[in-house]
Design a protein around this ligand. Structure first.
Ligand code: DQA
Length: 146
């Protein structure tokens, strides 16, 4: 069975109680459940994690090369600021996808630049919690074709 890691950045633990008009009503726990169900359908084992700490997110990324077949990340606000996360992503040779609930290109100017997406294979954004499901389908495809 192939293994993927789904990494969530800062403030995503508050989903469901945070700017619901932008991020939707689903809690991170609900998105975790949906992601695990979708992964199981595709015969993938999914480790779903979240941290508000940049260093811990970097450590999750570092674990990918040895322990996982693919990575999906919603770096949240670090998307727009973190060269450290970009460098960590660049060090990984496995399939990598960045996701966002919202369409960052239709929002404030400072959200229109994704630093971290320069270190991944592709970006899915704007579909709410469906972004997670679409990314799981895409990573499954990449694992077998990349
Ligand atoms: C987000 C978009 C980011 O700009 C924001 O800082 C987040 C969530 C999203 O999923 O839409 O925290 O990554």
């Amino acid at each position: 069975m192939k293994k993927i890691i789904l990494i969530n950045g800062p403030n995503l633990n508050l989903l469901g109680n945070r700017e619901n008009n932008i991020y939707g009503n689903h809690s991170l726990e609900e998105i975790k459940k949906q992601s695990e169900e979708k992964s199981a359908e595709l015969n993938l084992e999914c480790f779903f994690c979240q941290s508000n700490n940049e260093g811990e997110l970097i450590n999750f990324i570092h674990s990918v090369e040895k322990e996982y077949d693919g990575l999906i990340i919603n770096p949240a606000a670090f998307t727009h600021t973190s060269v450290a996360l970009l460098d960590a992503l660049r060090s990984i040779s496995k399939p990598k996808i960045e996701i966002h609930l919202s369409n960052i290109y239709t929002r404030e100017e400072y959200r229109k630049k994704s630093i971290t997406s320069e270190g991944v294979d592709g970006l899915i954004c704007g579909f709410g919690s469906l972004s997670y499901i679409l990314a799981i389908e895409a990573i499954n495809n990449l694992i077998y074709t990349k």
